[in-house]
Design a protein around this ligand. Sequence first.
Ligand code: IVH
Length: 702
Amino acid sequence: MEIPPPTLMKRMQNVHNHKTIENSIVFINSLIKKTNIDIINIGDNMIEQRIDELIKLIDKANYEYYTLDKPTITDQEYDRYMQELQTLEEKHPELKREDSPTSRVGGQVIDEFKKVTHELPMLSLGNVFNEDDIMAFDERIKKVISTPEYVAELKIDGLSVSLVYKNGKLVKAATRGDGVTGEDITHNARTIKSIPLTLTKPIDIEVRGEIYMSKASFNKLNENGENFANPRNAAAGSVRQLDSKIAASRNLDCFIYHLPDPEDYNIHTHNNALKFMKELGFVTNPNNKKINDIKELLTYIDYWTKERPNLPYEIDGIVIKVNNLDDQQKLGFTARNPKWATAYKFPAEEVLTKVKNIIFTVGRTGQVTPSADLEPVRVMGSIISRATLHNEDYVTTKDIRVGDIVSIKKAGDVIPEVVKVIEDRRDGSEKKFQMTKSCPICHEPLTRKEEEAAYYCLNDHCPAKKQEKLIHYTSRHAMNIEGFGDRIIEDFYNLGYLKSYEDFYTLYQHKEELQELEGFGLKSINNLLEEIENSKNNSLERLLFGLSIRHVGTKTANILAKNFKNIDNIIKAEFDDISDIKDIGPIIAKSVNEYFQNENNLKIIEKLKEHQVNMTYLKTINTEETEFTDKTFVLTGTLTRFTREEAKEKIEMLGGIVTTSVSKKTDVVIAGTEAGSKLKKAKALNITVWKEEEFINTLSKY
Ligand code: IVH
């Protein structure tokens, strides 16, 4: 037996089985021989064939190395294949295939990130933090599924990605974004070696997973002059590059953990979905475990809490998923998270620092919140100089004083918190906390509401409150006026252009002056004005949420809009009319009722009406029978004239229902370009299919 070269040994260090090594070497030797013969015999007419062959060899090597963790060829051989392929492609650019592994080296530069609407929303997970939370999660599941089986997995600390393949070829990679719309990062995903460009089967499929950077690559990157706080930020920063050469140089990786459409492949458990995805060439994390009772889960969590530092990549928790997919479907989703899964988050890192000062900030509801101004420290990779102190009770209970040494913690993206005061470190110079009794901005006296720990500035003219409300009005789930950052609103406010909601709709009168402001130009002002104009057509629930009515979040805003249909009905409603609605409790009802009895608020609404801001619930506006009424629609592929969200709204307005997966219950599938598996399924089930043109024609009748 020949002695393997050192690089082969290196590549094979993860292969524990001697038999496999022997077999591999025999296999490699045969490959080397075959390759040499092929190179000698190659003729011009065989170039295309040779390219195909090289791609197959390289894809196979990648699959064995990344997916199976069982390499069978040496680094030199791999490099030789790549070099040969690159040379052939350079000589014959017309023969370069889109899925060529040479695209891994990057080089594609894009002008901007295109928006991608996900076929199914990309949800995130709810969190649990301790044993009690885990028990409560298990109990909630058991109310629906008597004997659930779980799968526990590592929660990889990176950024989630959706990968779409057509006919086995990678065609789209997108970030999660807001869950509905993400950004197209295909050019960068192509450079990640653990993301297959070609699958082992020529199928249409979407999978989801996590792009991450290993600890080693992260350290190397920072040693070479970058200054990323942690591997997650480094991975996110690398993926958000227009030039794919940068992503290629960053050595990113990817684990796949979710199959959004398992029924399309006749898969019934999450575990089988993982197996299936692995067979297709994806890299799945090997450290998952089937769990039958919570005790096993706690042992798994304990094990990985200790083992975490020894992993070559960062994890920030453990994900627990119900294994059976029918059970998952029975459990369903909340607005944001699947009910069949949750994430246990590892306890946050704690560090010591000094409280330099305690300051007060005013929120949009007028709530005045104390925060600690800290000596900057690094916690979990980011520099922290501020921690929330929530309210007076929180500070007095913990007895946090200016000058104290405190321990602070930060969990994930959560705002840092003060855990406790290190009393031993006091020297007597610390100053006891005193809650401010007046607004730090407008200096009006504050009011502490009954049974609440918080103090409020009740001055409706308080500039801080007003600015915060304006910021909220433009936010994504409210009126969704893109282009207004906090700073722009602050500046426009201070310059006198923007004092109340109605001023958004007269901003166009100041167009000339605004475009003279630093950082602005005609294009950005025009964009802003167009966004403002579009916001007039929003459905009522967005306005209700945007008005900053206490206790009215997106869910309540939706319920109110759906039930009352227009704002006049809400204004007319008595307390009982509101509290009678399912899911609206007395506290919300009181707050809504009070808001709409207040003269000032009614004036604001009148002004907005004058500017033609829509005040009706648009989703069920058409009560007449239409071709959409009570029919179930599925949207697939790319529509050219609407976003997914717009098409959905239109269908719902005309009485239709939009669902995400095709089944016997689907009436019509609306297929845009590049429609894939859903269209196939619709045809198989003999379901009516409308092309975009037909959809537009039908819409135009109403
Ligand atoms: S499952 C619908 N599994 O954690 C379920 N997520 O906090 C989709 N993550 O957005 C998520 N490792 O970016 C799942 N093994 C894993 C994961 C994982 C990391 C991320 C993912 C998700 C976030 C939720």
